[in-house]
Design a protein around this ligand. Structure first.
Ligand code: SF4
Length: 312
């Protein structure tokens, strides 16, 4: 077993192996929409989604990509003069637009001084082949990661939360993207309503069989002004909102089953306090991560301890 700090495959080390300098993600809201909101796939969006939660204060839609980068880079460069940046197209569905409108936004970010690459968040059902071919070419000259929101591997759950796509579509998008040599990430929400503890942990087995570079785990959060918040107010018994220590043991059980080659980028997400109904753990990301490290050491365990290729 490796030293304590390396009990899981860490995103910081992944970046250090690629870049010989510090890199920081800067969120960019390019003003795209989402097919699950505009009626193409559905209306109202995923039941947990209030898109305001994605955007830091500097990230307003009326501002252009360059202007948002100015503000984000300005913020960080005061502290670290030699830092470089990854433009993170995070809000909504960042591949859902006409090709001739998408590419200039990506290229604008790439031409910004000290931007070393892009991270593009999107849905698994929004990756047309021509765009994927553009990304494959881009990945040869710049850092590029495509992050897919999966949230669950169970179709029953995807339907319940109104995702508007199936798990088969998630798998197909991940395989097509990775096959083009592009770093491929996934988001999952742990604790969605109707999923048992064993079903949650089984997601790790399913994901382990996929050609994923990175994985972000998020706790289920109830966000104001969402359909899920309304459902919770009507049927609280359908939900299990984790206490922090209980969730830490859940994520450790999860990564024990996870393929050790997958980089674990996050364990939690933090929605703005004014939008969050529950759970409010009052912990910053780094504080939560420190608790995971401590608990991994106490349990003398590590990512992939229970993973066997046959189990996938
Ligand atoms: S979570 Fe993403 S896919 Fe779902 S409604 Fe919100 S922006 Fe659209």
């Amino acid at each position: 077993m490796a030293e304590d700090s390396k009990r899981y495959n860490d995103f910081g080390d992944f970046l250090k192996n690629i870049f010989p300098y510090k890199v920081q993600k800067i969120s960019v809201n390019a003003g795209f929409t989402c097919p699950n909101r505009d009626g193409t796939k559905g209306r109202g969006g995923c039941t947990y989604c209030n898109n305001q939660t994605f955007s830091p204060d500097y990230c307003h839609t009326e501002k252009g990509v360059g202007e948002q980068l100015d503000e984000g880079v300005g913020f960080f460069s005061r502290k670290y003069a030699d830092m470089k940046y990854l433009a993170y197209f995070q809000a909504y569905t960042n591949t859902y637009e006409r090709f001739d409108k998408l590419i200039p936004k990506y290229e604008e970010a790439l031409s910004y001084p000290n931007v070393a690459g892009l991270i593009i968040g999107t849905r698994p059902d929004c990756m047309p082949e021509d765009l994927l071919c553009y990304f494959a070419e881009l990945a040869k000259r710049k850092f590029l990661m495509i992050e897919y929101g999966l949230e669950s591997t169970l179709d029953r759950t995807l339907e319940l939360i109104n995702r508007g796509h199936t798990h088969a579509e998630s798998e197909e998008a991940i395989r097509r993207t990775a096959a083009k040599g592009i770093y491929t990430g996934a988001h999952m929400i742990l604790g969605l309503p109707g999923e048992s503890r064993e079903e949650i942990l089984h997601h790790a087995d399913v994901l382990s069989a996929l050609p994923l570079t990175t994985l972000k785990l998020h706790q289920l959060q109830l966000i104001r002004h969402t359909k899920m918040a309304y459902d919770f107010s009507k049927r609280p018994g359908d939900f299990h909102l984790y206490e922090v220590d209980e969730y830490i043991d859940l994520v450790i059980d999860f990564i024990e089953r996870l393929n050790p080659s997958i980089i674990v980028e996050r364990f939690v997400s933090q929605s703005p306090k004014e939008l969050l109904i529950a759970p409010d753990w009052g912990l910053k990301n780094y504080e939560f991560t420190a608790k995971v490290h401590k608990r991994l050491a106490e349990r003398e365990t590590w990512q992939g301890r229970l993973f066997t290729p046959a189990s996938t």
